[in-house]
Design a protein around this ligand. Structure first.
Ligand SMILES: Cc1cc2nc3c(=O)[nH]c(=O)nc-3n(C[C@H](O)[C@H](O)[C@H](O)COP(=O)(O)OP(=O)(O)OC[C@H]3O[C@@H](n4cnc5c(N)ncnc54)[C@H](O)[C@@H]3O)c2cc1C
Length: 405
């Protein structure tokens, strides 16, 4: 009996509901996402209209309570959605991640009742587009060095000054229209030992002093996802838009980053699977010297190594997702680990797919060149490879027994 439970356990679709969700996303990908992916990449345009359709499917607030219009799904579901969308259009998926994970989920876990009822219904329906602003022009990995400040004025409002850089969904179009909601981290003081005290603010489009500095063009990949610099110049934010306590944001910022990392690892999985699928088919269809190229050992090496790496990343991603509680966090080692492993594996698999497909692999129509370009961002955004190496080694110093778990 126990043996049955063990052998029948499906790590990637643990329940019928997960299977159905995956099927629903695949259907959306085939009908709506895939046909537009190449053109939006070429034109560097975010498909806002299609993005809003995800609201009708209940996906924009996937982890949010039904009370606010969300779907109350779990971390495995988040992984399924990011994997499936990314198998077709990683850039669109990145925008989805910034909205659903970094903004809506963050608000759902950490916001007050008033903040949740005010913003979550719009974020879940797609009426409001959200972004998360942490990085700055001079501070990325060194996030605690951030220079954006928030100070209380004599009227009891917060006055925010500073620039945020590389913000996904920071601008929603080509005209510099800002995101409707910014989940903003700013410095509100320093502790006695000189460590920054970070607070979170919800900044709304239309608030005085908040604007888009520039939409960033000419990125290597993720071109169909808008990336922008945001400017806060004496931006006035009312006291009710402070999230939690003053200076109390470091923990929730770090915890949301854990979720971001598992979602970015899931995106890597989608890229890897699609690249493997494309190279495997091509190796059967393409002949050289009178034989399908899959008969050649060097091509076999590309396919077989990619398959083995893909299965290893799949197991690590889903096993880590299974352990993550959206409310509490605390899985630093493996959320760093899974992103460290899966992002580079995805880039390597996309690279091999191009190699197997020769000249065809090098052009947009055959998809893998776009996946290869998009995959590089995953080694940088949400934490660089080097930051994962640093964090993991620190964790393993503090908790060497994790190796035996
Ligand atoms: C397309 C895109 C979308 C993004 N979306 C968002 C978003 O929505 N919101 C947001 O807040 N940010 C976003 N980012 C920013 C992203 O998170 C940062 O780019 C990333 O954290 C790295 O910061 P940085 O670019 O300043 O590089 P830096 O931190 O300056 O790093 C430069 C190099 O130095 C290395 N390095 C730095 N410190 C150390 C160290 N201690 N030890 C070893 N090596 C080190 C890094 O690993 C890297 O190789 C996005 C970035 C891009 C490109």
């Amino acid at each position: 009996m126990e043996e049955d439970i063990v052998s029948e356990f499906d790590l990637i679709n643990p329940t019928e509901a997960h299977s159905m969700l995956r099927e629903m996303i695949r259907d959306f990908v085939d009908k709506s996402l895939e046909p537009q992916a190449l053109i939006h990449d070429k034109e560097e345009k975010f498909n806002l209209e299609l993005f809003k359709e995800l609201g009708d499917l209940g996906l924009l607030g996937l982890t949010v309570s039904e009370k606010y219009g969300g779907s109350e799904l779990d971390t495995i579901s988040a992984v399924i959605i990011h994997e499936e969308l990314s198998s077709s259009d990683p850039a669109f998926t990145l925008s989805y991640l910034a909205h659903s994970m970094l903004t809506a989920n963050n608000l759902s876990v950490n916001g007050s009742e008033n903040q949740k009822s005010r913003y979550l219904p719009g974020l879940c329906s797609g009426e409001l587009i959200g972004c998360m602003a942490m990085s700055e022009p001079d501070y990325g990995t060194d996030v605690m060095g951030m220079k954006t400040t928030a100070e209380l004025n004599s009227e009891g409002n917060w006055v925010i000054n500073g620039n945020k850089m590389w913000i996904t969904n920071g601008s929603i179009d080509e005209d510099g229209t800002p995101a409707d909601i910014v989940w903003l981290y700013a410095k509100t003081g320093e502790s006695e030992n000189g460590r920054a005290e970070i607070s979170t603010f919800i900044v709304e489009k239309g608030m005085q002093g908040y604007s888009v500095g520039q939409k960033i063009y000419d990125k290597l990949g993720m071109r169909a996802s808008n990336t922008a610099e945001l400017v806060f110049e004496n931006c006035i934010v009312p006291p009710e838009n402070l999230v939690g306590s003053v200076g109390g944001s470091i923990l929730h910022m770090m915890r949301n980053l854990e979720l971001e990392r598992i979602a970015l690892a899931a995106m890597s999985l989608g890229i890897a699977r699609r690249s493997l699928h494309e190279m495997n088919n091509y190796a059967t269809e393409r002949s050289s010297f009178g034989k399908p190229i899959r008969a050649y050992g060097q091509i076999q090496r590309h396919i077989s190594e990619s398959y083995a790496e893909y299965k290893a990343m799949q197991a690590y991603v889903y096993n880590t997702a299974r352990m993550i509680n959206l409310e509490s966090g605390g899985y630093r080692l493996d959320t760093d680990g899974v992103k460290l492993f899966a992002t580079t594996a995805a880039k390597n698999i996309a690279d091999r797919a191009i190699q197997v497909m020769g000249g065809y692999g090098y052009v947009g129509e055959y998809v893998v060149e776009r996946l290869w370009r998009d995959s590089k961002l995953l080694e940088i955004g949400g934490g660089t490879l080097e930051s994962h190496q640093k964090n993991m080694t620190k964790e393993l110093f503090k908790n060497p027994d994790f190796i035996f778990k």
